[in-house]
Design a protein. Structure first.
Length: 191
């Protein structure tokens, strides 16, 4: 039996699109460009899908309501909060059991630095600004929910909280070094 010759060429341009098309009915996703983890070039990018359903900062950034410096400042705050937080921890079964008492783990240097940065952020934002940023970035509340918690439910208060939150994001970008005073002073266009 004669061997069949293949006439089809195997070019890399005909790779399959591996992005998922099956999304849940209540999904809120946005396509973002990220660094390719498998790339040989360091500057190669790929398109990925990111969920913004429970991410108020990601939602604001994807709808172009905040800029890149504000977004990165908010993410840095979230990162510091996660590092500094020392909440309930799971038991480690590999450690020796001694009368049910656990020795307190020492504070790491990264936790200490995160607490120092959070202290500086609190001094820069003030008590109200810190509470607003915490409610949005850590608890994931919307402006309407923040108004309900503070017993003010009008649209005017929601607009005030949104404007104040953007001001706090500007200050976070300055504190974390993603913006300079000159770029923070420029007037942002109204949307």
């Amino acid at each position: 039996m004669a061997r069949v010759r293949r006439t089809m060429s195997y070019k890399l341009a005909k790779l399959h699109d591996r992005r998922s098309r099956d999304l849940p009915f209540n999904a809120a996703v946005v396509e973002v460009e990220v660094d390719n983890p498998l790339a040989l070039d360091s500057d190669e990018k790929i398109v990925a899908v990111r969920s913004i359903r429970n991410d108020p900062l990601g939602r604001l950034h994807s709808h172009h309501q905040i800029d890149e410096a504000q977004y990165r400042g908010g993410r840095a705050y979230q990162n510091d909060w996660e590092r500094a937080e020392r909440g309930p921890q799971a038991m480690d079964p590999t450690r020796e059991h001694v009368d049910g008492a656990r020795a307190r783990e020492p504070v790491t240097e990264s936790q200490r630095q995160a607490v120092l940065r959070l202290g500086r952020v609190e001094r820069e934002l003030g008590t109200d600004g810190t509470a607003l940023v915490h409610d949005v970035l850590v608890l994931g509340l919307t402006m309407d929910q923040i108004g309900e918690r503070r017993a003010v439910r009008t649209q005017r208060w929601s607009d005030y909280f949104a404007r104040r939150f953007r001001e706090c994001l500007d200050r976070l970008a300055l504190v974390y070094g993603f913006a300079t005073e000159a770029s923070a002073r420029r007037v942002q266009p109204r949307r």
